[in-house]
Design a protein around this ligand. Structure first.
Ligand SMILES: *[C@@H]1O[C@H](CO)[C@@H](O)[C@H](O)[C@H]1NC(C)=O
Ligand SMILES: *[C@@H]1O[C@H](CO)[C@@H](O)[C@H](O)[C@H]1NC(C)=O
Length: 490
């Protein structure tokens, strides 16, 4: 009941304050209304809570800078695939003197102490709530809308908060006419933190912290689930750990120096993969300090922590901040061990990937809790089902690169130049879908592209988007085809 403090109740004497309390109470007792927009009265308490929270958090962040120049690298880490039995040492390429390490260690410890003693740092979320949080703006907004349709297709009723960097990304018609009917609403981060304080690549942790939900399913705009994500919140491993992350292809490349700075022991390279944070699950009830420390790693990410946590490996950015923050504060977590799978189609020199398939943590946990680690030996048991797809490269935006003249970059083209499915390999991964998910995804892309109510700012002046999608649909999906995945009855 974090929002009902005796001091606050005592202060409720004026009619204005009473109204705020009623609104707060309303928010506390009911899931966030799905059909409101940021300017309505019920939003005021959330915005107030966000502003008060940010004022305190920012002062603590600013009071504890790393106090040393940005670390530099002898050379960037190369892309090394995770190997669960490797004897290789952890890459150690950061150039940072002992004085600098000590300065960063002191600042890190002071930050955590300051959080724990801060009297006015109250969580933004309403206890007992859960929902899905994402960021989308510009050319990500059409991609997000297809993902949202896929989410609703599973039967999920999770409310959705879409954070936008600033007002320039807010699209009135989408945010006020389209999304509310689909249980989603737009929130503008710069309204709370000010303009240009947080950049796109730092948005994730702040969107999660500012969200009104206590239990959060994070999904990048280009990710979608194959089943209701709320199932994952109701079961192990989430129920006992409160933080579930998914793996990247690559080995961890967190610098040894980071473990000194954060005063934790260094895990062996075989323990787990690096993280792919297109999706994660977090409870701010159990992982409040994890997320606040992750905020520190992101706030000082571009200058210090992104480099320390990845050493220039592929995707260097916020991806390692969440799990490492959890271990640094001694928080529990479950890192899905089943390998992420690239999804694509064959081309002359191998698989042309345009998406990643991530597994069901419930099934993964069922295996690992019996000591069965498929990541070491895939023959120990069948893999868990696929739960999420991260359609990340290129984005499946029908007004952009998903179509094109060049089969090497357009996933909708086969090497002979004809149109085909993007995801026809590997066979064993497709079988784990249990449904024709690519056809379903294109059904939603078609709905988004051909709905006359929907106009995206980035599609202005682009002609024939719907016609192009319909023509692709008719060629590839309307009739059974030799490329169709095996489980689909012809
Ligand atoms: C993984 O590491 C082990 C131990 O060093 C090595 O024998 C094996 O070949 C490696 N596997 C791959 C796929 O590199
Ligand atoms: C970092 O920690 C390791 C292991 O505890 C220790 O051996 C090493 O001396 C520390 N380095 C610095 C610079 O403090």
């Amino acid at each position: 009941m974090g929002i009902f403090r005796p001091g606050r109740l005592r202060a409720v004497l004026s009619a204005t304050a009473a109204l705020i309390l009623i609104c707060t109470f309303y928010l506390y007792l009911t899931p966030p209304p799905v059909s409101t927009v940021p300017s309505t009265a019920f939003e005021v308490p959330l915005t107030e809570r966000q502003t008060a929270f940010w004022k305190v958090l920012r002062s603590i962040l600013d009071a504890n800078p790393p106090n040393c120049p940005s670390p530099t690298l002898r050379a960037p880490v190369s892309a090394i695939h995770f190997n669960a039995t490797t004897l290789d040492p952890r890459p150690d390429l950061i150039l940072l003197g002992n004085n600098e390490i000590e300065a960063m260690e002191a600042a890190h410890a002071n930050y955590l102490n300051a959080l724990k003693t801060a009297k006015k740092l109250r969580p933004v979320h309403s206890p007992g709530t859960r929902g899905l949080v994402t960021t989308a703006g510009g050319s990500y907004l059409p991609v997000f809308l297809s993902s949202l349709r896929m989410l609703r297709r599973t039967g999920s009723t999770l409310p959705v908060e879409v954070y936008m960097k600033d007002a320039s990304e807010y699209e009135k018609r989408i945010c006020e006419d389209v999304l509310p009917d689909m249980g989603a609403r737009c929130l503008i981060l710069s309204d709370v933190v000010g303009k240009d304080v947080i950049q796109h690549y730092q948005l994730k942790v702040f969107a999660v912290l500012f969200s009104s939900f206590e239990e959060v399913v994070w999904m990048d705009a280009d990710c979608f689930p194959l089943d209701k994500p709320e199932i994952l919140l109701n079961h192990e491993p989430f129920t006992s750990t409160g933080l579930v992350t998914w793996p990247d292809f690559w080995a961890s490349s967190v610098s040894p120096v980071y473990y000194n700075i954060s005063q934790q022991s260094m895990p062996p390279m075989t323990e787990r993969q690096s993280s792919e944070t297109g999706i994660f699950l977090v409870s701010k009830k159990t992982h409040y300090y994890t997320m606040l420390l992750a905020a520190y790693y992101n706030y000082y990410g571009p200058s210090h922590y992104f480099r320390l946590l990845s050493q220039g490996a592929p995707g260097e950015g916020d991806k390692e901040t969440f799990l490492q923050a959890a271990t640094a504060v001694g928080g529990s977590f479950y890192a899905v061990s089943e390998r992420v799978q690239a999804l694509g189609h064959h081309k002359p020199d191998g698989l042309s990937g345009s998406a990643m398939a991530q597994s069901d943590p419930i099934g993964d946990y069922a295996l690992t809790s019996q000591g069965k680690w498929r990541v070491q030996d895939p023959s120990v048991d069948q893999p868990p089902r696929v739960f999420f797809i991260h359609a990340n490269y290129p984005k499946f935006n029908p007004a952009e690169n998903v179509f094109g003249a060049n089969w090497e970059t357009a996933p909708t083209l086969r090497p002979d130049g004809t149109e085909g499915r993007a995801w026809t390999a590997p066979d064993d991964v497709l079988r784990r879908f249990g449904q024709d998910i690519e056809k379903a995804y294109w059904e939603e892309i078609k709905w988004v592209s051909c709905n006359s109510e929907i106009e995206f700012r980035t599609w202005e002046g682009k002609k024939g988007v719907c016609e192009k999608v319909e023509s692709y649909w008719n060629t590839v999906f309307a009739e059974p085809h030799e490329d169709d995945p095996k489980f689909v009855e012809g």
